[in-house]
Design a protein around this ligand. Structure first.
Ligand code: HEM
Ligand code: MTE
Length: 434
C-alpha cells in the first residue's frame, strides 16, 4: 500500500498561497513547501508563481535547480503522490473549437482562455532582453489552426493578376534569411490601468502585452518583388492614395472569415523597415501560438498587423476589409464612446507611441530600506530610438534614491533592430533596467 496519500492535480491546484498552503508537484510527487517559501534563495514571489502546479516548467527557466541538493531539499516537504490516472492526458473535447489549442506555460497570466490571451508576469518579462518563446505574450482572436507543414502553401498576389504559391521549403530556400530583433506590443497593453481612470472595453491587460524576440524569415520585400511587385507599384494611380499589402491568417471564425490586417505597401517594400515573413522565433521554429509555420512580423507597428498562421499576402489599392482593420485597433479621443463611435472616421493604427513601465518592484510592494534595484522596460514605437529614461516618477521618492537609474542616453537602432527590453548595459536600444 502507498505510504503517501494520493491527490489529483485539481486538489493540488487549491493550494496556491501561504494561507491555503503552498503545494507543488515534481514528477508524480506532491510537496507542501509553505514553510520553505520565505527561505527560498530565489525569493518568495518566484516560488509562488509555481504554487498549485508543476515545478518543471519553471525549473526549465531557472537551471540553478538542476542540482542534487535542490531535490534533496524538496524531499523534506513531500506530502503525497499524484493519483495514477493523472498521468494520462485528459480526453479531448471534440465539440470544442479550442480543443486543438497547444499547451501553455503555467507562468503566463491568462486574461482569456478561449481564445487564448495571456501575458508573462512582470518580473519574468525583464529577466532577459529576449522574451523566452514560452513566456512571450499571446494575443489570439480565434482558435489556433493546426497546420501540416508539408502541405502548407502561402499565396502571394501581386498586381495585374500575377501570383505565387510558395511551400515552406520554397520560402526558406528561394529567399535569403533575414534576422531582426523586434518588440511586439498589443495596442491594449496596460488597458487595466486605463480602466482605473475610466472603464474601457476589452481584455484587461496588465503591463505584459509586450515581448521581444529575434525573428528569422524571408523579407516581405523580396517575396513581393518575386511576385512582380515593383518599387513603383501604386505610383501610377495619379493620386496620393497609398497602396496596401493585405494579409490573411488560417484562423477563421464560425462563418469562415479569417483574421486579416494590412500595412502600407511603402513599408512592406522598404528595405529599412525589415518586414518579415517569419518562420523562426529566437532560433526555433515558430511556436503554434505565435503563428506556426509562418507569420508576418512588422517591427515598430502595432501587433495586430503581424498576422499569424499566414495564408495569403495580396497587394491592393485598399486596406484590408477585415473587421480587425476596419472596426477595431483604431484610436479615438476621450469624448468618443461606444454609442458615438464612427470607425470609418479614424485611421487604422500602425505605429504606436512611446511606452514604458516598471516591472520590479510591483506597485504597493514593501521594499527594504536602502539601495533598491528597479527594473522595467521602455519602447519608443515606430522604430525610433529611446533617447532617455528619467527616474523622477515618484517611485520611492525620487531619482536620488534609485540606484543606477536615472536620466541617460541609450543607444538606439532603426526600425526593428536592437530594441526591446532588458537591463540597461546590454544590447539596448529600447529599454531601461537596473
Ligand atoms: C534558487 C529551491 C522554486 C527561482 C534556488 C536555490 C534553491 C531553490 C535551493 C538555490 C540554488 C543554489 O544556488 O544552489 C527551490 C525549491 C522550489 C523552487 C525547493 C520549489 C519548491 C522556484 C521557482 C522559481 C525559482 C518556481 C521561479 C519561478 C529561483 C531563482 C533562484 C533560485 C531565480 C536563484 C536565486 C539567485 O541565485 O539569485 N531555488 N526553488 N525557484 N530559485 Fe528556486
Ligand atoms: N494573426 C492572426 N492570424 N490571428 C490573430 O488573432 N492577433 C494579432 C496578431 N496577429 C492575431 C494575429 C494581434 S492583435 C497581436 S497583438 C499579435 O498577433 C500578437 O502576437 P503574439 O500572440 O505572437 O504575441
Amino acid at each position: 500500500p502507498p505510504r503517501y496519500p494520493r491527490y489529483t492535480r485539481a486538489e493540488v491546484a487549491q493550494h496556491r498561497s501561504p494561507s491555503e498552503r503552498v503545494w507543488v508537484t515534481y514528477g508524480t510527487e506532491v510537496f507542501d513547501v509553505t514553510d520553505f517559501v520565505e527561505l527560498h534563495p530565489g525569493g518568495p514571489d518566484r516560488i509562488l508563481l509555481a504554487a498549485g502546479g508543476a515545478l518543471e516548467p519553471f525549473w526549465a527557466l531557472y537551471a540553478v535547480h538542476g542540482q542534487p541538493h535542490v531535490l534533496e531539499l524538496l524531499r523534506d516537504y513531500k506530502v503525497g503522490e499524484l493519483s495514477p490516472e493523472e498521468a494520462a492526458p485528459p480526453p479531448a473535447d471534440t465539440g470544442d473549437p479550442f480543443a486543438g489549442d497547444p499547451p501553455r506555460h503555467p507562468a503566463l497570466r491568462v486574461n482569456s482562455w478561449k481564445p487564448f490571451n495571456a501575458e508573462p508576469p512582470p518580473e519574468l518579462l525583464t529577466r532577459s532582453f529576449l522574451t523566452p518563446n514560452e513566456l512571450f505574450f499571446t494575443r489570439n482572436h480565434l482558435p489556433v489552426p493546426s497546420v501540416e507543414p508539408g502541405s502548407y502553401r502561402l499565396r502571394v498576389e501581386g498586381p495585374g493578376g500575377r501570383s505565387l504559391s510558395l511551400s515552406l521549403a520554397e520560402l526558406r530556400q528561394r529567399f535569403p534569411k533575414h534576422e531582426v530583433t523586434a518588440t511586439l506590443q498589443c495596442a491594449g497593453n496596460r488597458r487595466s490601468e486605463m480602466s482605473r481612470v475610466r472603464p474601457v472595453k476589452g481584455l484587461a491587460w496588465d503591463i505584459g502585452a509586450i515581448s521581444t524576440a529575434r525573428w528569422g524569415g524571408a523579407r516581405l520585400r523580396d517575396v513581393l518583388l518575386a511576385a512582380g511587385v515593383g518599387d513603383n507599384t501604386g505610383d501610377d494611380t495619379g493620386d496620393d492614395n497609398e497602396w496596401h499589402v493585405c494579409f490573411e491568417g488560417l484562423d477563421a471564425d464560425a462563418s469562415g472569415t479569417p483574421y486579416g490586417a494590412s500595412i502600407p505597401l511603402k513599408r512592406a517594400l522598404s528595405a529599412e523597415a525589415e518586414v518579415l515573413l517569419a518562420y523562426e522565433m529566437n532560433g526555433q521554429e515558430l511556436p503554434r501560438d505565435h503563428g506556426f509555420p509562418v507569420r508576418v512580423l512588422v517591427p515598430g507597428v502595432v501587433g495586430a498587423r503581424s498576422v499569424k498562421w499566414l495564408r495569403s499576402v495580396a497587394v491592393s489599392a485598399a486596406e484590408s476589409p477585415s473587421h480587425w482593420q476596419q472596426k477595431d485597433y483604431k484610436g479615438f479621443c476621450p469624448s468618443v464612446d461606444w454609442d458615438s463611435v464612427d470607425f470609418g472616421a479614424a485611421p487604422a493604427i500602425q505605429e504606436l507611441p512611446v511606452q514604458s513601465a516598471i516591472t520590479e518592484p510591483r506597485p504597493g510592494a514593501a521594499v527594504p530600506a536602502g539601495e533598491l534595484t528597479v527594473k522595467g522596460y521602455a519602447w519608443s514605437g515606430g522604430g525610433r530610438e529611446v533617447v532617455r529614461v528619467s527616474g523622477d516618477g515618484g517611485w520611492a521618492g525620487g531619482v536620488g534614491e534609485l540606484m543606477g537609474w536615472g536620466i541617460g542616453e541609450i543607444g538606439g537602432g532603426k526600425w526593428g533592430n536592437e530594441w526591446g527590453m532588458g537591463e540597461m548595459g546590454n544590447e539596448w536600444g529600447g529599454g531601461l533596467g537596473k
